[in-house]
Design a protein. Structure first.
Length: 258
């Protein structure tokens, strides 16, 4: 099973690099990207999971309603993208369920931040996908964490996929910066070894973000916008040709529990 997921959030990354971007533009850029993602998924009849901050969801209700209507899953990306308190675990889940009458069972922390697993379970989540089991300089060192899913208390941990050899991460930055042929090879190796693939992206990657005011490094904007739309279209089409099935995290959890 292929688990496509998207962290839908206010596009605040320029602030990390001392760039400038007003809140309204943070939201509108992510909205543009999300519309393009939903159009691609509809074209390929592929299901996905969307981890949303409450801030983005409250400002994009029509798009959240559309993704739910088209059979995708809504999960929590906490309340804000750049501010976190433990109480936001439960509060964000409750708010998303209240806004959209959807069952929210999954969590992904912004920027894959560590989180207290007992607090995650107490907040009512049944799965957490907040670990990239690799080494990323300046971010995290998770080389000792299981590459594949495992249980922690009553919560299923579903790490992002890394290659079986050398734990090369298959996250969004790899997708933008590796030759697509290499990324496909690593994805194929992972699917053969693990029988599933968990890859994640963001809506702003599919929008125009090469703005000098944002001050973003080249490796974060390479193959973004229309180029990203084209690459993702090719990648999903290739997975379909190989006969792989796309599912939500809730689908996957049911599969591994049966």
């Amino acid at each position: 099973m292929v688990l496509l997921s998207f962290d839908i959030e206010e596009f605040d990354m320029p602030l990390e690099y001392k760039g400038e971007i007003p809140f309204e533009k943070q939201i509108s850029i992510s909205q543009t990207g999300l519309e393009r993602i939903l159009d691609l998924l509809k074209k390929h009849q592929a299901k996905a999971t969307f981890f949303s901050t409450v801030v983005f969801a409250e400002n994009s209700r029509h798009l959240i309603e559309r993704l739910l209507r088209e059979g995708h899953e809504l999960a929590s990306h906490t309340w804000f993208h750049s501010e976190f308190e433990e109480r936001h675990l439960k509060e964000s889940r409750d708010r998303l369920q209240e806004l959209f009458s959807a069952e929210v069972t999954g969590l992904r922390m912004p920027r894959m931040m560590p989180v207290d697993e007992k607090a995650v379970e107490k907040a009512g989540y049944s799965y957490n996908s907040s670990v990239n089991p690799t080494f990323l300089p300046g971010r995290y060192n998770n080389l000792k964490v299981s590459r594949t899913y495992f249980k922690e208390g009553n919560v299923t941990q579903i790490p992002a996929s890394v290659s079986p050899n050398f734990r090369i991460p298959l996250f969004w930055l790899s997708f933008h910066n590796f030759p697509l042929s290499l990324y496909k090879k690593l994805a194929a190796d992972t699917l053969e070894k693990d029988q599933y693939l968990n890859v994640y992206f963001h809506p702003w990657e599919f929008a125009e973000i090469k703005d000098e005011a944002f001050k973003l490094p080249g490796f974060t904007v390479k193959n973004s916008g229309k180029e990203m739309v084209e690459r993702f279209d090719i990648f999903v089409g290739w997975l379909k040709e190989k006969g792989h099935r796309f599912g939500t995290f809730q689908d996957f959890q049911k599969q591994i529990q049966s």
